[in-house]
Structure formats: structure tokens, C-alpha cells
Design a protein around this ligand. Structure first.
Ligand code: MN
Length: 206
């Protein structure tokens, strides 16, 4: 997809998000990141580095460690690799206005020899090596509905020793980079505190 759509949606004189550069070089390890984003709706942006950009899916409910739970993942525009370390406030009124937290970060390893073919097929199996999410996962594309701009996928945990019924989303609500909650990030970035706080769980573990 490239970064054309990503850039078209944003005003880099207003937002502190990176404009980004496509990186065609082959990195030693592929970045994996989940950004918790309290925009008009709370969602978790699931991103996998591939071909110099971050393939991106918006997951409204966030990931589940329970293999019997399928989480809807709407594919969105590719993001720059630098975006994976963005944590802060996007000004209200701008695209995606609200608070962004780096909720999990690490690397990913494809469980297939041909990622491009797997993406085309709509069945991508991979291993996550994050701080919160680990082990084997799959993204499965649903049959596109008519007039749907971008396909929906399901994000599912495979059965392995990292599968669990623990509530990872509400149980581990802090940033992996700064240990901050959404409300802390909003406070530091001059954002909307009440809106950000509505994305933090009511009972935050210390
Ligand atoms: Mn988002």
C-alpha cells in the first residue's frame, strides 16, 4: 500500500505523528507493536512491519489470549515504521485525534515462508515476541462485504503455552515504554483528560 494514504490523512504541521519514510532495506528483525488509541472510539492498533512499512489493523476490543475468542481486526492504511514508537496526543479535530499509548512492543516472526502469498490468501500465521503478547497467532481475512473499502480480519491466539484466559487488555493497561496510563499521557501532552481516562480500566492494577 505504501504511505500515500497515511500522509494524505494527516497535517504534519499540526500533529506530532511522524511523516515517515518507507524503508526498503531488509531489517534484522521485524517490528511488532500494539498502540492503544482513544480516538472517537477506543481501539488497539495492531501493527506488523513488512516491506518497510507497518501493516495495520484496528482491533476494537484488543487481543485475547483465549484461543476460543476471535477478535475483529479492521485493516487500515500502512503506517511508517517510526510510528511504532509514537506515544502521545494527536490534536482534537485532526485525523485520529486523541491519546495514543504503546501498549505492547517487540518483534514478530512469520510462520510461513511466503508472507506476501499468506496476506493475499487472507491467512497469516506468526509468532509474537512482545512484552505482553507471545507465542503463535493468526490473522484470518473474512469474505469482503459489498462496498467495504478494506477487508475485516479476525485476530486469534493459537493454542500454545502462552494461551490463557487471563484478561490481558484490562489486566495490563499501562504503556510498555513509559508505564503511563492513557490519562497520564493525555496530561503530559495537553490532551483531553476525561476522554483519555475513559479508555483506562476503572480499577487499575498498580
Ligand atoms: Mn488508531
Amino acid at each position: 500500500m505504501g504511505l500515500t494514504e497515511y500522509r494524505k490523512k494527516r497535517r504534519f504541521t499540526v500533529t506530532t505523528e511522524p511523516a515517515g519514510s518507507a524503508r526498503p532495506s531488509k531489517p534484522a528483525a521485524l517490528l511488532y507493536v500494539i498502540q492503544k488509541h482513544r480516538a472517537s472510539h477506543l481501539h488497539y492498533d495492531f501493527r506488523l512491519e513488512w516491506n518497510g512499512v507497518l501493516l495495520s489493523w484496528a482491533v476494537p476490543k484488543g487481543p485475547s489470549l483465549d484461543p476460543s475468542v476471535k477478535r475483529m481486526a479492521m485493516q487500515v492504511e500502512d503506517h511508517p515504521v517510526e510510528y511504532g514508537h509514537f506515544e502521545g496526543v494527536i490534536p482534537e479535530g485532526e485525523y485520529g485525534g486523541g491519546t495514543v499509548m504503546v501498549w505492547d512492543i517487540g518483534t514478530w516472526v512469520p510462520e510461513t515462508a511466503d508472507v506476501t502469498a499468506a496476506l493475499k490468501q487472507g491467512d497469516l500465521k506468526f509468532t509474537l515476541k512482545g512484552k505482553k503478547l507471545r507465542g503463535s497467532w493468526v490473522l484470518v481475512r473474512l469474505r469482503p462485504r459489498r462496498a467495504e473499502l478494506r477487508p475485516s480480519w479476525l485476530l486469534i491466539k493459537h493454542r500454545d503455552r502462552y494461551a490463557s484466559d487471563a484478561a490481558v487488555v484490562d489486566g495490563q493497561p499501562r504503556s510498555v515504554l513509559s508505564k503511563r496510563l492513557l490519562v497520564d499521557i493525555a496530561r503530559d501532552g495537553g490532551g483531553d483528560l476525561e476522554k483519555a481516562a475513559s479508555g483506562d480500566p476503572p480499577d487499575v492494577p498498580v
